[in-house]
Ligand binder design. Structure first.
Ligand code: ISL
Ligand code: CA
Length: 562
């Protein structure tokens, strides 16, 4: 079977975290009018689709991933008129809009939940998972929440526990209840009728639960629990197919599932083109490579081969039958240049190298806001500067266990989600030009050096490299979107190299992931390779035979002449 052509395979997504993108009215919080201000900026960068993290009404326990009203815009972000204007502005510029659909759980302040908790016979009771205490009075199961503590919370009012895989203000919706499913399809149709172009679906593999609820073996690692207990429940694919049939299918739109718990073994069940479920998933293979058994803040070393493998096993597993999204960071994981590159001496080179990787692998790329200007992780000196509920909850737990809090803060500097949530650095003015007021979270103090104004002025900057690479990708859509992917010298711990090929056209991408000069043995003679693009200026001279003399963090893209 040949790979099918689809607009959403050819598109490049840009993720906006609205709270941190641009504040238009000086209240310190990014908003929709701030996005409107920057639409020309995004258009000139050359991206096709904007994905907005949730913009619905929310008490913001988890920055909008806890929704209290799916039909209205968060007051902090603006009004429905602002939304309409933004959508029109996006479409006028030939771009598309993806909304974030968060329907594994709602906010505990959603009317469904405030009703549900009132009494056991409330009509909304079965919108959520309620369980009585065990005979000995304890919690229904030993499940842990993603953000610390137990996944069950006791509610005095009716003497039962409710399930929340995330914070206790994010109760899990009961998809077994057909009314819940119809509510979700109605929400989807509402936004699609307004003209949005698709959805990114939050923790979608979790919507079907394994019932009755049972304890998990506490010796199992967290990832194992995610895959085999929280995700991939028995009715998952039935639910997804029903959802698509009753909503998505009636529109020409795209869907991306947040594929936490999806594995190369079951991936095709989600994105196989014959399945009628999702267009693609964000897989997590390369996101968890530095996490030990203890989870997020238990940081372990990783090697370049782990990163390669993450992409290779997925490409192999799906082949031409399904599709993935390619990303190196997002609003939940550290800045890619700090994590996979070098945010010191080779900041520019390594940011450009990662852009090359992101835009030449097989899959729909997603650029997280600020990557195009080379934004980095932040190391705030005090826990007071942090805002993320995950970081704050784990901090409290570590403190209670009497851990070394300085070490904990260091782990936060490496792994915390606020690394990617500091304001986008627009200029060297106060607060990085993000707001004229007090920002809800401080700007990264490196903004006088790293900011959009500076990179826009410098034609040799990271920003212009992104712009060129996006254009380059469009020029070579055939091979870069649809071509096969084959790793070269898989075991190499310093260089990530691969071929992309289609119908006799082959591109070779060579990426030096170190701060040293590396002699790389290519599977071609140097004069069989036509140099097309790279992150160093000037001619490459004096290379002979099959050895490429790569400079620190050098990225090259070649066309094979043979
Ligand atoms: O960020 C993580 C843990 O550090 C991830 O494991 C994350 O919890 C997981 O990817 C689910 O993320 C999504 O759902 C969460 C929300 O907080 C995240 O921002 C969102 O991307 C709950 O809605
Ligand atoms: Ca604002």
């Amino acid at each position: 079977m040949a790979i099918t052509q689809q607009w959403w395979k050819e598109a490049v997504i840009y993720q906006i975290y609205p709270r941190s993108f641009k504040d238009s009215n000086g209240d310190g919080i990014g908003d929709l009018r701030g996005i409107i201000e920057k639409l020309d900026y995004l258009k000139s960068l050359g991206v096709d689709v904007l994905w907005l993290s949730p913009i619905y009404q929310s008490p913001n326990d988890d920055n909008g991933y806890d929704i209290s009203d799916y039909y209205n815009i968060m007051t902090d972000f603006g009004t429905m008129d602002d939304f309409n204007e933004m959508l029109e502005g996006i479409h006028q510029r030939g771009m598309k809009l993806l909304m974030d659909l968060v329907v594994n759980h709602s906010s505990d302040e959603h009317k469904w939940f405030t009703e549900s908790r009132k009494s056991k016979d409330n009509p909304y009771r079965d919108y959520y998972y309620w369980q009585p205490p065990k005979a000995d009075g304890s919690k229904p199961t030993n499940w842990k929440s993603f953000f610390g503590g137990d996944a069950w919370d006791y509610d005095e009012q009716t003497g039962e526990y409710y399930l929340h895989l995330f914070t206790k203000k994010q109760p899990d919706l009961n998809w077994e209840n057909p009314k819940v499913r119809q509510e979700v399809y109605k929400i989807i149709r509402y936004w699609l009728d307004k003209g949005v172009d698709g959805f990114r679906m939050d923790v979608i593999p979790f919507i079907s639960k394994r019932l009755p609820f049972e304890d998990v073996d506490s010796n199992r690692g967290f990832n194992d629990v995610v895959i085999n207990t929280y995700a991939n429940g028995p009715r998952l694919h039935e639910f997804l197919q029903e959802m698509v049939r009753e909503s998505i299918n009636q529109y020409d739109v795209m869907t991306v599932g947040e594929g936490i718990g999806v594995t190369p073994q079951n991936g095709l069940l989600y994105v196989g083109e014959d399945r009628g479920e999702l267009n693609m998933v964000f897989h997590f293979e390369h996101m968890f490579i530095n996490q030990g058994k203890g989870g997020k803040f238990d940081i372990v070393d990783f090697q370049l081969t782990d990163l390669k493998q993450g992409f290779s096993i997925w490409d192999e597993a799906l082949g031409e039958k399904g599709w993935v999204n390619i990303y190196l960071d997002n609003h939940d994981f550290p800045r890619m240049v700090s994590r996979f590159g070098n945010d010191g001496k080779y900041h520019t080179e390594s940011a450009k190298l990662l852009a090359t990787l992101l835009l030449t692998l097989r899959g729909t790329p997603c650029i997280y806001q600020g990557s195009e200007i080379g934004m980095t992780n932040v190391a705030f000196p005090s826990i007071e500067d942090y805002r993320d509920v995950e970081t704050l909850n784990f901090y409290e737990e570590a403190k209670e266990r009497g851990e070394d809090m300085e070490a904990f803060l260091k782990a936060v500097h490496i792994q915390g989600r606020d690394n990617v949530r500091t304001p986008v650095q627009w200029s060297n003015e106060l607060n990085a030009g993000f707001t004229t007021g007090t920002p809800w979270i401080k700007a990264n103090p490196n903004y006088p050096k790293i900011n959009a104004e500076a990179v826009l002025k410098n034609t040799n900057s990271i920003w212009h490299y992104y712009q060129q690479m996006l254009q380059f990708r469009k020029t070579h859509l055939d091979v870069l979107v649809y071509g096969d992917y084959e790793v070269i010298d898989e075991a190499n711990q310093k260089v990530y190299a691969y071929k992309r090929s289609i119908k006799g056209k082959t591109m070779i991408v060579v990426l030096n992931f170190t701060s040293e000069h590396i002699a790389f043995e290519a599977p071609y003679e140097v004069d069989e390779l036509q140099y097309l693009k790279g992150n160093y200026k000037g001619k490459i001279e004096g290379e002979e035979g099959t050895v490429l003399d790569l400079r620190p963090w050098e990225a090259r893209v070649y066309l094979s002449k043979v």
